[in-house]
Write a protein that binds this ligand. Structure first.
Ligand SMILES: Nc1ncnc2c1ncn2[C@@H]1O[C@H](COP(=O)(O)OP(=O)(O)OP(=O)(O)O)[C@@H](O)[C@H]1O
Ligand SMILES: [Mg+2]
Length: 358
């Protein structure tokens, strides 16, 4: 089973530039999670912090129970072997062909023979649709192919934790769907804990079990997919729909006055967003028939039931509906229809505001 990743109050700055602060979340073992957020909010920095490439100045990061912010370099080296990481830029070695790039972690971290290595590398290159390109250099292939080669390399050690930074960027819509299916199938096969950083709303709506969002140096939410996808938070709605009106601006966050001006213009009908509002939940992608059952699904169901009473009303309803659609009629706490009966049953329970950053 994949291992749990837990951060507790982590804060990261570069010099005087605070990237994010007090980020606390758990990537449940063997579940698929996604991290959203406008450009520059520190998603890639977060990912690099999880494998100990960057060190937050405050807080702890527990990988399978070990705090990598305080452990020895030797321990960190061992823990890194649990990870398969696809960096945003692919991070391929420019002078190595795709075969050698993909084989690199195997040669570095295992004592496997070249023939074993060949078998694994070719299997992962096939999985990512790169058979036939193994002799090409990164500079000789398309951007989408480089992304897929980075993914092939991330998978060769059968990692227990897979971190992928915008795996879909540079991929066409069809290959993005293949990639989504691939991630779900990998999760079904090896029960790895997966974190996907993405700007792709389709992927975010259909793939992960859990979704979080970074904004204004905070983790505004993290939890079961239904919480974010039914959220009324302006920043979440704006992001999911790609609206111009809302707290997110082109270069940075807008100030209150700018937001008020835009709101007035929006009410006067000035902005036509061109699409209907994205609302509600779409069914989650399932593993390809013939694959093992995703064990994370069952664990997640039990986990979500336990925290059900702390979730916002709309999320509870969505969870209930999706369970009914899946034929899971068992043991749901009867919902009284009165959200007030549930302690903490407001968006404030899961959405944290920090007035000093607002
Ligand atoms: N090694 C570094 N040294 C100094 N500043 C850095 C470093 N890495 C990232 N930053 C800064 O941290 C901030 C967050 O960067 P990051 O790449 O994590 O954003 P992101 O959310 O991944 O954005 P995008 O969606 O565009 O990929 C940026 O302001 C960036 O300039
Ligand atoms: Mg990034």
């Amino acid at each position: 089973m994949g291992v749990e990743v837990r951060t507790e109050g982590v804060t990261k700055s570069f010099g005087s530039q605070r990237i994010w602060q007090d980020v606390t979340l758990t990537l449940p073992s063997g579940e698929v999670s996604a991290l959203l957020g406008p450009s520059g909010t520190g998603k890639s920095v977060f990912l690099k912090s999880l494998i100990g490439l960057l060190r937050p100045e405050r807080g702890s990061i527990f990988i399978d129970g070990t705090d990598i912010t305080t452990c020895s370099n030797k321990e960190l080296y061992e823990i890194r072997k649990l990870f398969g990481v696809l960096f945003q830029d692919g991070a391929l070695f420019g002078s190595m062909n795709l075969f050698d790039n993909t084989a690199f972690p195997l040669r570095e971290h295992t004592k496997k023979s070249e023939s074993e290595i060949r078998q694994i590398v070719m299997e992962k290159l096939e999985l990512t649709g790169l058979l036939g390109a193994e002799n090409k250099l990164p500079g000789e292939i398309s951007g989408g192919m480089r992304k897929r080669a980075g993914l092939a390399r991330a998978l060769v050690l059968d990692p227990q934790i897979i971190l992928v930074d915008e795996p879909d960027s540079g991929l066409d819509p069809v290959r993005t769907t293949y990639l989504s299916q691939l991630l779900i199938d990998i999760n079904a096969q090896i029960d790895a804990t997966i974190l996907i950083v993405t700007h792709n709303i389709n992927l975010a709506r259909s793939v992960p079990d859990n979704i979080g969002m970074l904004f204004r140096r905070q983790l505004v939410m993290f939890g079961p997919r239904e919480v974010l996808l039914t959220s009324e938070e302006p920043v979440v709605k704006q992001f999911l729909n790609g609206y111009m009106v809302g707290p997110i601006g082109m270069s940075e966050e807008k100030d209150e006055a700018q937001m008020a001006r835009e709101q007035a213009l929006a009410e006067a009908g000035h902005y036509d967003n061109g699409t209907d509002e994205i609302e509600g939940i779409i069914p989650q992608m399932k593993a390809t028939p013939g694959m093992p059952v995703r064990q994370g699904v069952d664990r997640r169901r039990r986990r979500v039931m336990e925290i059900m009473h702390t979730l916002p009303h709309a999320a509870q309803v969505a969870i209930q509906e999706s369970m009914e659609e899946n034929g899971d009629t068992q043991v749901l706490p009867a919902y009284s229809g009165n959200p007030a009966q549930y302690p903490g049953n407001a968006t404030e329970a899961t959405v944290r505001h920090n007035p000093t950053n607002g």
